[in-house]
Design a protein around this ligand. Structure first.
Ligand SMILES: Nc1ncnc2c1ncn2[C@@H]1O[C@H](COP(=O)(O)OP(=O)(O)O)[C@@H](O)[C@H]1O
Ligand SMILES: [Mg+2]
Length: 244
């Protein structure tokens, strides 16, 4: 049997604003195998960030379940959830969320100190390795405001990976970058994937989908195979035709 890292069933999430209900996710199910890269495509506002936050234990669904590394999150205690968030999941936020007062090295070491993290000395060693690998070895003492967009994103990636998580969840990893910088980030992700990292990326950028093992579409609050979507909209053909 294949090794499932992440499994979601029937996820639903509605936001409540004043007296208006905003149903965003209706019924989302997803299995991610060890070493797999799944890309989720969806228009802006389709609920990609909402879904990724549920998968990463940053938010709770109204209905449905998420299993990470065999643990069902809705049954987990707060303490277990904290440990899953720190140790099993690496999260790259849509807008970096780097702490402005901390340096590149300090930002990327931050999760190492959390319960479930690898600890200060291992965290420092891993952060230095990752930053070197991401060509930030000469930016260790810089603050986020002194970095380019691509450098911020690579710092955020190093932070997400410092605890050697089982799965990387990345929210629009190329979303705020120009095409060249975005392509460089894609190369970094492809590299990590080749080394065996399990990844889920959400994006409205078709080019990122062309690198993934599997592409799903988030539409109408549901996830469907891109193949199915392609029957109607021929979106697979769009992805294919953009392949270099
Ligand atoms: N905290 C929130 N409260 C109310 N509505 C929200 C909240 N977060 C997101 N939404 C709404 O839910 C929908 C999906 O948002 P989001 O998951 O951020 O989509 P995407 O990441 O695909 O752009 C949007 O219409 C957005 O306005
Ligand atoms: Mg989003």
């Amino acid at each position: 049997m294949s090794d499932l890292v992440l499994s979601a069933r029937g996820l639903a999430r509605t936001y409540h604003l004043d007296r208006v209900d905003v149903p965003v996710l209706k019924d989302c199910s997803l299995d991610v195998e060890d070493g797999e890269w799944v890309a989720i495509l969806g228009a802006s506002g389709s609920g990609k960030s909402t879904l990724l936050h549920l998968l990463g234990a940053l938010d709770r669904p109204d209905a449905g379940t998420v299993h990470i590394g065999g643990m069902e999150l809705s049954r987990a205690s707060q303490r277990q959830l904290d440990r899953v968030r720190a140790g099993q999941v690496g999260f790259v936020f849509q807008f970096y969320h780097l702490l402005p007062e901390l340096t590149v090295l300090e930002n990327s070491m931050l999760p190492a100190h959390m319960p479930g993290g690898v600890g200060a000395s291992e965290g420092r060693r891993r952060a230095l390795d990752l930053l070197e690998r991401f060509a930030l070895g000469d930016r260790l003492g810089h603050r986020p405001r002194e970095l380019s967009g691509g450098e911020r994103q690579r710092t955020a990636l190093a932070r997400a990976l410092v605890n050697a998580p089982r799965v990387l969840l990345a929210d629009e990893p190329t979303g705020n970058l120009d095409a060249t910088t975005g392509a460089a980030i894609l190369d970094v992700l492809s590299d990590l994937h080749r080394d065996g990292l399990t990844m889920v990326t959400v994006t409205h950028d078709q080019t990122i989908a062309s690198r993934a093992d599997r592409v799903l579409e988030l539409t109408g609050g549901r996830l469907q195979l891109d193949d199915e979507a392609a029957e109607g909209a021929d979106s697979k053909a769009v992805v294919e035709s953009r392949r270099p």
